[in-house]
Design a binder for this molecule. Structure first.
Ligand code: NAD
Ligand code: ZN
Length: 347
């Protein structure tokens, strides 16, 4: 253990930037990384404002942050794939590789997964972290640290696009233009969709999505999403609906928007159970998929960034210095509609 500076959530509503004991021993299969950039995620903010997410309750001081990139400063004795000086990003969830879920390829749903900044596991808003090399990925020279720290939320979009089993030319709807909705829309385009209609209630959020070729937008407080879908698909319906709002109300339209045989990918996590019209789903033989984080998405996400097929740089709304981390979190709590991703830069 070592006493190191970190952004610590002491308890609900109380953050401090202070020294805390964290494990810093580099095991044979580990790397030590000088953290460069950390993105602030909705879940970090939720722990700050609510002290819990579902069953995960902050009962002891916890370091926040799980969307990170940095530079390797030390490698364990058995690590051959990475070397000191490599620019990398880190996958925050470490499963038990021998678990049944991991052996099925679904390590994201391993019940024993240890995920940064999910109680009781500390996150990465601290100058150095020790991480398994197997969950640390090299960034090509043309992918910045800012983009590297966006691989984590983008991997959720990659998982959603993968679960949709997109066929080239598919048309999709994305409900919700928050950070996750925009990432899902871009992953769907990267995965072969010809066009994506993004729906939200807030014009500023839609304007951010609309800057990308291939994305059109509908403000559902003013216009009919059903009509927009009918125009684009000649009344047939979209191939895929990605639910990314987490709003119970949005579930009312997930049955009506897809074509017969279409797919609904549920990414948003409503806090309460939502009604599910089985008959409506059955007469179209809709296929439903759910998403919990991601598995095996980092390398392909990085490849899409490197190929310039996906450009997330316009989504970084502002960067804060590590010493201003608390101000960064208070800005995130403000939830300005023009903010997509706020990031903290360590050096
Ligand atoms: P966010 O709150 O920033 O975005 C949600 C957006 O949905 C907002 O822009 C809001 O205006 C919009 N919205 C609300 N009601 C709507 C409606 N009826 N129709 C269309 N849009 C509506 O949240 P986010 O960070 O983008 O995350 C989105 C959801 O994804 C959340 O529920 C979050 O918990 C979930 N999430 C799931 C996973 C996963 O692994 N499944 C991972 C990360 C986040
Ligand atoms: Zn996140």
């Amino acid at each position: 253990m070592a006493l190191v500076e970190a952004l610590v959530l002491e308890r609900q509503h109380v953050l401090s930037l202070r020294p805390i004991e964290l494990p810093m021993e580099v095991g044979p299969a580990d790397v030590k990384i000088a953290v460069h950039t950390v993105g602030i995620c909705g879940s970090d903010v939720h722990y700050y404002t609510h002290g819990r997410i579902g069953p995960f309750v902050v009962e002891a001081p916890m370091v926040l942050g799980h969307e990170a990139s940095g530079t390797i400063v030390e490698v364990g004795a058995e690590v051959s794939r990475l070397k000191v000086g490599d620019r990398v990003c880190m996958e925050p969830g470490i499963p038990d590789p021998t678990s049944k879920a991991s052996r099925l390829g679904m390590y994201n749903v391993d019940p024993d997964v240890r995920f940064w900044a999910t109680p009781p596991v500390h996150g990465c808003l601290t100058p150095h972290v020790v991480h398994p090399a197997d969950y640390t990925y090299r960034l090509p020279d043309n992918v910045s640290f800012a983009e590297g720290a966006m691989v984590e939320p983008f991997a959720v979009g990659m998982q959603a696009a993968t679960k949709a089993r997109i066929t080239p030319g598919d048309v999709a709807v994305v409900l919700g233009a928050g950070p996750i909705g925009v990432m899902v829309a871009l992953a769907a385009l990267g995965g072969g969709c010809s066009s994506v209609i993004v729906a939200d209630l807030v014009d500023e959020k839609l304007a951010i999505a609309a800057q990308y070729p291939g994305i059109s937008t509908v403000n559902i407080t003013k216009d009919s999403l059903e009509d927009a879908v009918a125009v684009v698909t000649h009344g047939w319906g979209v191939d895929v609906v990605f639910e990314c709002s987490g709003a119970a109300k949005a579930f009312e339209s997930v049955m009506t928007l897809p074509r017969p045989g279409g797919c609904v990918v549920i990414v948003g996590l409503p806090v309460e159970p939502v009604p599910f019209d089985v008959s409506l789903a059955s007469v179209k033989e809709l296929r439903f998929e759910t998403v919990f984080r991601y598995a095996h998405q980092y390398e392909r996400a990085i490849a899409l960034f490197a190929s310039d097929k996906v450009d997330l740089k316009p989504l970084v709304s502002e960067s804060f210095a590590f010493k201003d981390s608390i101000a960064a979190f208070d800005r995130a709590v403000e939830a300005r509609p023009t903010d997509v991703k706020l990031q903290i830069v360590m050096e």
